[in-house]
Design a protein around this ligand. Sequence first.
Ligand code: UDP
Ligand code: MG
Length: 327
Amino acid sequence: MFLSVILPCYREATNLPAMLAALQKVLDQIPGTKEILAIDDGSPDNTYDVLCSLRPQYKYLHIVRFARNFGKEAALTCGLNMAKGDAVVMLDSDLQHPPEVILEMLEKWKQGDRMVYALRRNRNSDSKLYRLYTKIFYWIFRNITDLDLPPGAGDFRLMDRKVVDALNRLPERNRFMKGLMTWVGFKSGSVYFDVAERAGGISSFSFSKLFVFAINGLTSFSTIPLRIWSLCGVVISTIALLYLGWLVIRTLAFGIDVPGYASLMCSVLFIGGIQLISLGVIGEYIGRIYNEVKDRPIYIVSDEIGSDSIDLLHNLMVSNPCCKPPR
Ligand code: UDP
Ligand code: MG
């Protein structure tokens, strides 16, 4: 067996020594070849130097550095593109995702699950507002897309080679990984874990970033926001038509009266607002099409260390049958 572990790292210099040590402890219990793919997502701190300084201790550490910060989704995409394992695990490098869970995930994988996602047992570390926000997001997502996103499942998961290959075939630049990983399908299982506090540093996801992330997710998987405006148009025109009928009858019965400025202003402003909102939503989708047709790469790698030595280790393992694991 060949197991790849993807670690997206952004401003994680303080967490990486402990993170790799904890991961090593777990990986030592797993037979076969292993690789740790640490993707430095253009960190402004010395994350990359720390990774390089740790390399002599971890022979299966493969370090990739992005030319700038491309975001966690891009880092995960790069990890999936480069991972060579029969099974691939993704986890955060801030020790919030306990590496021991990988052992349970592997058990499930061996029993036949192609994807094993880790569900958070509690959300106590999140604020009430954040919990409400995620609840609303999942509710909307479930109602306007065909996808059944498992609530509580994040990016901490194990995927079989087949799932990784399927994900690598998806060409879109706008990568809402949670949605894509559900979209590809495959037999899935879950394990539970207790989310830990961030070991050091601060989270890179503010509320405004999460809002943009949620809008990205929704517009990547549903065109219902576009269709809503046709429905709005039908409803408003029907009401306007009924009102017109009433005005004609009233004028015939009682003659013309001049007042009406306030109601006129209200309806003009209301319709104007609706039109602007609908234009905004259409613009959102056009922006997405624009980004896709530009066909720019999802990430740009500036430095890479350690890929060859992992190949060498794996070839040694494969050519020496006594070290070959059962699967
Ligand atoms: N991360 C990344 N690129 C970014 C932001 C974050 O690779 O632009 C990584 C980060 O190093 C961590 C994971 O994504 O391993 C989750 O980030 P964070 O802990 O900031 O988010 P939270 O746990 O608060 O959702
Ligand atoms: Mg975190």
